[in-house]
Design a protein around this ligand. Structure first.
Ligand code: PMP
Length: 367
């Protein structure tokens, strides 16, 4: 049988496996940071309406520049981000993963490097690899915060072309202070200059405001966002960025023409019409996230402070065994490869109760 390595694949892809969490069919799935609430029925009906409208012109290519959608995304950011954003500042793609890929295709690539402060979202390194960008693993403190001095030192030493700052960070839930982003931006400009990408996939769940206002006067700063989490629309595949209009012009050098289908644009526009309802679910999830933190600590777990819709908990002498024991009780959480720690996504109150029961039993076994 022919295997991957029998094919003339690029050297850097040899022996590698694709990204992906196990998709197991268990009663309680709290492993991929999805929103547990299905879209409300009135929104489902509105999507059907808007998609039907789009279907009538599917013989034509979609709006290549997604003007209506970007205008609505700009309106959403202006409303919630405490900073005015216009169409020219916004770009959208199929999930923020595609946004990040376009950024690395534009500002990374062969002979260039990107840095992230790990543990963090592992796709940053994988997208770097896929785009031929060298990857540098930057440091984090024991408590998973970023030490500005250590991070600045790494930037000065490696002079990366792209700096990733994930806030709130995945898988730890840690938010990054605006002062830290300001300092790392300065360090990155002094070293190269380079692009600083703040990945705010989970920011709607944060106790802190978005770092969006920092784009003012910082043309090399990009804020990356998604409709996969707060909007409860992971299946939609819609991510977007806010930055100086020059960045939006630059990513268009690498985007595929008509990359956002008319169906995607119509669906995202329908979802944006229901922003207030969807943000109501976010408030419920934040309360559940806080409950998970408190109850896990009550059970005797160590828990990393979380600004996201998930919680990192531990510490387990055998992480995989702990993951397995929780799974045996019908609850799927995530082992992100951070030794001693697991990650659970905030689900519905019932799902979270099932998870907490499973951990309670696990902790009893470990006494
Ligand atoms: N950034 C971070 C930090 C994430 O955790 C994720 C999803 N796991 C993404 C980006 C990508 O999300 P999407 O492509 O669904 O927008």
């Amino acid at each position: 049988m022919t295997g991957i390595d029998d094919l003339p694949v690029r050297d850097e892809l040899r022996g590698k496996s694709p990204y992906g969490a196990p998709q197991l069919d268990v009663p309680v799935q709290l492993n991929t940071n999805e929103n547990p609430y299905p879209l409300p029925e009135p929104l489902v009906a509105r999507i059907a309406e808007r998609v039907a409208e789009a279907a009538r012109t599917l013989n034509r290519y979609p709006d290549r520049d997604a003007v209506e959608l970007r205008t609505e995304l700009a309106r959403y950011l202006t409303r919630t981000g405490k900073h005015p954003v216009a169409l020219e500042n916004v770009w959208a793609a199929n999930g923020s993963n595609e946004v990040l890929q376009q950024l690395l295709q534009t500002f990374g690539g062969p002979g260039r490097t990107a840095i992230g402060f790990e543990p963090s979202y592992s796709m940053h390194a994988l997208i770097a690899r896929g785009t031929g960008t060298g990857w540098i693993s930057g440091p984090r403190n024991e408590d998973f915060t970023i030490d500005p001095a250590a991070a600045e030192k790494a930037i000065a030493e490696h002079r990366p072309d792209v700096v990733f700052i994930t806030s709130p960070n995945n898988p730890t839930g840690t938010a990054v202070a605006a002062d830290t982003v300001r300092a790392l931006y300065e360090a990155a400009q002094a070293a190269k200059p380079s692009m600083v990408v703040v990945d705010e996939a989970y920011v709607e769940f944060s106790h802190r405001d978005s770092l969006l206002p920092l784009v003012e006067g910082r043309p090399n700063l990009v804020i990356s966002r998604t409709m996969s989490k707060a909007f409860g629309a992971a299946g939609l595949r819609l991510g977007y960025l806010a930055a100086d209009p020059a960045v939006v012009d630059a990513v268009q050098l690498v985007r595929l023409p008509y990359h956002l289908s008319a169906v995607t644009q119509a669906t995202a526009l329908a979802a944006l019409e229901h922003t207030d309802t969807l943000l109501g679910y976010v408030e419920q999830l934040k309360a559940e996230r806080d409950r998970l933190v408190t109850e896990l600590r009550g059970i005797g777990c160590e828990v990393t402070d979380s600004d996201a819709n998930f919680v990192q908990f531990g510490k387990f002498p055998d992480t995989h065994a702990a993951w397995r024991r929780i799974l045996d009780r019908g609850v799927l959480v995530r082992d992100n490869g951070v030794p001693g720690w697991l990650r659970v996504t905030a689900g519905t109150p019932e799902e979270n109760d099932a998870f907490l029961d499973a951990v309670r039993e696990l902790m009893k076994e470990q006494e």
